[in-house]
Write a protein that binds this ligand. Sequence first.
Ligand code: HEM
Length: 491
Amino acid sequence: MSFTLQLFLFSSLPCILTLLLLKSSFYSSKSRKNLPPSPPKLPLIGSLLQLGSSPHHALQAMAQTYGPLMLIHLGTVPVLVASSVDAAKDIMKTHDKVFSGRPHLNIPNRVFYACKDIAFSQYGEYWRQVKSIAVLHLLSSKRVQSYRQVREDEMVVMMEKIRKANGSTFNLSELIITLTNNVVCRVALGRTYEGRRFKSLLLRLMEVLGCFSVGSYIPSLRWVDWLSGLNRKADKVAKEFDEFLEGVLDEHVNKNVDGVQDRDLVDILLEFQRENTTGFRLERDMIKAIIMDVFTAGTDTTFTILEWTMCELLRHPQVMKKLKQEALEVGQGRSLITEDDLDRMPYLKAVFKEALRLHIPLPLLVPHQSTEDIKLQGYDIQSDTQVLINAWAIARDPSNWEEPEEFKPERFLKSPIDYKGLHFELLPFGAGRRGCPGIQFAMVVNELVLANLVYKFDLALVGEENFNMCETNGMTVHKKCPLLVSATPCS
Ligand code: HEM
């Protein structure tokens, strides 16, 4: 051994010893960590296979063995799963700030302009700015009221189509989808885009968002998403949507909006960009990402809940009868029920709460992520742990609900429980900082349409398979078979 090497080793010995000591103390403190219970996992894929095609069902079953706060591994990603009121409250209320992150997911990153939207953007200043624009300028109570005419027009068009079916069978799901798309299109973009091209684009976007990306959970196998064609598919739909939105923005920039009363969301966002009163520069990609959020977060979820609610009513004639009675009393023979009447329909509200309890459109909400190390219910949770709230399991937990599998709107008539994020037994819209800002937007249109459907028609399900409550797979859980119904005018 040369003299210089000996000298080097001798002089660096204290450093090496310190490093070894630090390393061993790091590992012993890591092994002393009190982690939540975990199911056994396979190398590389963890518990991915156990999730099957309905993750909310599989996670509910796993929680029965491992408890309401468990740590599973999806691929190589640690995922904390909360399945009780207390666990959800600790995450979305007590430690809301720490758990307000979002994981980096491959597909949202590709379609939402590197997550410049609201739902998938990282917790921080950017998210705060864009969410507050949405809450104050697009989805505030006053703004939602200003879209009233659009909702009423589209509802009347739908009623007319049903009347024209003249008692023959028609696809109610299809009508509901068209209505929600038209309302969102008119409010967001200023007019409807009823052509097949836009419909199929939106459908493909939702489909790709619901796809499982291997790269998001096993980064070393990221290439599989190229091999399977998933990345190409996502990029293609993102490019087409971008071209569509570019056209919409150009159309809006070129029109003169001064003095125009009924401005749409694009007008409002462009005005915000021009005036730049808050010092926050809203760029073109950001505007497009926000508009995309309104479509992806706002259309699918809204029509899904109306479809499930209608289905439950048709399967429960007694509930339908009671709701119809309420509608007839409120409508008093007028041609339509209006939005002013809705506050006098407590049973209608209870029906929706019960439908939202049993059929949460996003059963696992949108994944959260911890932004720092934290102790939760005595367990050590590391920073960057993904978090899933099984809102579906909580809403069917017998320790929270009597006869949880039964559709009984009456349970809400004397209960203060609401879905706005204050009662953790019922979380269809999430809660806390990351909670849904579109509750009012979604629920007014749903209430208006359902109230008028039962007021104007006697509806009946057609075909045995329609009573089947099977769910689709994907991010939003729909009814598998479309609602085929017949309707007889009754007022
Ligand atoms: C029945 C209809 C709807 C349901 C069930 C629903 C549900 C949800 C849920 C569960 C979340 C995630 C909450 C969380 O992460 O904890 C969410 C977030 C969001 N929703 Fe909704 N939503 C609906 C309608 C809408 C509508 C109509 C809009 C807009 C027009 C909208 C815009 C958003 C946005 C922007 C976020 C992201 C919030 C954030 O990350 O800070 N939603 N929604």
